[in-house]
Ligand binder design. Structure first.
Ligand SMILES: Cc1cc2nc3c(=O)[nH]c(=O)nc-3n(C[C@H](O)[C@H](O)[C@H](O)COP(=O)(O)OP(=O)(O)OC[C@H]3O[C@@H](n4cnc5c(N)ncnc54)[C@H](O)[C@@H]3O)c2cc1C
Length: 509
């Protein structure tokens, strides 16, 4: 028995991954480096990040993140105050959608849901029951995050047994990348400056062997993570993996962002997203500036007209000049191909309507840790990785396509979207919800039921039916209970400082 054991051990030792090279110094690159440096620090694996610097640009338009980033920071041992101070950021309780459901209309996708279940049933069913009896109270009145955000208030110790307040963040993207770089380098990640200009593949199995930098330096590693953005310099340029476009469902292909100086009254704890005839506009308040942006289809609007429109919309003095980016919604046909894994834009692009980019990045890296390979990169692991990641990206896509397919604005773009054939999975979700009030979810769904209900009801999809088990609650009893809950939520929300005041004492620059 001894001999076999030592042979197996030697083989396992030899096939153990010893080095990882990450290409790209954007958010995907440094978040990957930070997470891997935290979880692999005892594994004696060399991690180096190659960043192209001036030679290659980084989009860096992501100023908002979902509540899951808070969980990641806790896992990485990152102090929230330090993070917000360093990134000049603030808190995000949700997204206000304006003009998406009707002229002058608005609704909130608030984080954290509608509070505790009632008789074991999600509160939106109770709201549906009372609506069927003619009540006309907004569903958002049962979301503490939505009510608090619309008052411009915030604090993080407002928890009671009945209401839950989850939060994401707004921050300066370049400062956040710098924050993650410092974190990763403090845990041993090496950084090489240089543009990857060539990739050598093994003749035996087509695996990547060496990256050639513009400087002539060669970088060898056992495993490569392509975080080179839309360029996809490794997974596409070298491995020709292929890209599946979703532009027939998400026709926007341009974005422009422009910062303006901040103003106190506008330092609100939410992102504002307004539908427009040729796309949509976002506004994100930071401590020292406000970020304004437009996502649009170049088929309906030129870049010059987009910049002109945005300039008029700036709610303060313009800072710097507008920054443009172009993209095609879709995903790499394999996120993990041979010994190369794509993360960030190199893996997939979904426009930031529900600001999902950073969570897809963190989930992509955490999924690699769950399916961590050795040098052989077992196909079973990459296949499982690709299956799960595609499932997740499709589910995020569907929530964004739901906005597109139900936007109330009468313009060529939105008329096209209104008549497009929906992804079958979304079609199924809409049918089940319309006839039961339930949202069928998958394991890989990172938007949970309350988020779907906020957007479905917000976009005027209100089911006629609700969970039958609450039929036995008399409408007057239910109404009294719901009104009491609504009053409690309103009182908690009012009893908080303004977001600006809270940030001022908690993490101001
Ligand atoms: C308008 C807009 C707004 C967005 N807003 C949000 C948001 O609010 N929240 C959110 O979660 N997501 C948002 N996203 C998505 C988010 O921006 C992306 O998920 C994220 O930027 C992807 O970053 P990345 O690191 O993959 O790419 P990039 O930021 O493009 O970085 C690529 C890096 O690779 C380097 N590089 C490229 N080629 C080479 C090479 N050959 N050799 C060496 N280095 C190389 C570049 O220098 C750069 O550092 C937004 C996207 C857009 C377009």
């Amino acid at each position: 028995m001894g001999i076999i054991h030592s042979k197996t051990t030697t083989f396992m030792k030899d096939s153990k991954l010893r080095s990882i090279a990450i290409v790209g110094g954007g958010i995907a690159g440094w978040m990957s480096a930070a997470i891997l440096s935290r979880f692999l620090q005892t594994q004696d694996i060399d991690i180096c990040l190659i960043e192209g610097g001036e030679d290659c640009d980084s989009i860096a338009m992501y100023h908002a993140a979902l509540p899951q980033l808070q969980t990641l920071h806790e896992t990485l041992g990152i102090d929230e105050r330090e993070f917000l101070k360093f990134t000049r950021g603030g808190f995000k309780l949700g997204i206000q959608f304006c003009q998406w459901n009707r002229e002058g209309g608005q609704y909130f996708h608030g984080f954290g849901g509608f509070g505790m279940p009632i008789e074991g049933v999600s509160p939106h069913h109770c709201w549906l029951k009372l609506k069927s009896f003619g009540d006309d109270i907004a569903l958002g009145d049962y979301s503490l995050a939505s009510v608090t955000a619309q008052l411009g208030n915030f604090s993080i110790n407002t928890k009671n047994s009945r209401a839950l307040l989850e939060h994401g963040f707004h921050f300066d993207p370049q400062r956040y990348v710098e924050f993650l770089r410092l974190y990763a380098q403090a845990r041993g990640v090496r950084c090489l400056a240089g543009k990857v200009v060539d990739v050598k593949l093994s003749r035996k199995n087509g695996f990547i062997q060496t990256l050639q930098l513009k400087s002539g330096q060669a970088v060898q590693a056992d495993f490569f993570i392509d975080c080179s953005g839309f360029r996809a310099s490794i997974i596409e340029q070298a491995l020709a993996t292929g890209y599946q476009s979703w532009s027939h469902w998400l026709p926007a292909d341009r974005a422009v962002s422009w910062s303006s100086n901040a103003c106190e009254d506008n330092f609100l704890p939410y992102t504002k997203v307004t539908a427009l005839p040729y796309g949509w506009q976002w506004r994100i308040p930071l401590q020292q500036s406000t970020v304004n942006g437009l996502v649009y289809s170049s088929h309906y609007l030129s870049d010059a007209a987009a910049a002109d429109y945005l300039q008029q919309e700036l709610n303060g003095k313009a800072l710097g000049s507008p920054r443009f980016s172009q993209f095609v919604a879709g995903h790499r046909k394999r996120f993990w191909n041979k010994n190369c894994l794509a993360i960030g834009f190199a893996a997939a692009f979904l426009e930031p309507l529900e600001c999902s980019g950073i969570e897809l990045i963190q989930n992509g890296v955490l999924r690699l840790l769950q399916l961590f390979p050795d040098k052989r990169c077992d196909l079973a692991l990459s296949a499982e990785y690709n299956r799960k990641t595609l499932e997740e990206v499709c589910r995020v896509r569907d929530l964004i396509v739901l906005h597109y397919a139900t936007c109330a604005i009468h313009s060529e773009l939105w008329q096209y979207c209104k008549h497009m054939i929906l992804p079958p999975e979304l079609e199924r979700k809409l049918k089940v919800f319309a006839s039961s009030g339930h949202v069928p979810l998958h394991r890989e769904d990172f938007f949970q039921e309350p988020s779907w209900v906020c957007v479905l009801v917000g976009q005027n999809i209100v089911p006629k039916r609700y969970e039958p088990s609450i039929e036995n609650i008399h409408p007057n009893t239910l109404r009294a209970f719901m009104l009491k809950r609504r009053a409690e939520i309103s009182a908690i929300a009012r009893n908080q400082p303004s977001h600006a005041a809270f940030v001022g004492q908690y993490c101001s620059v």
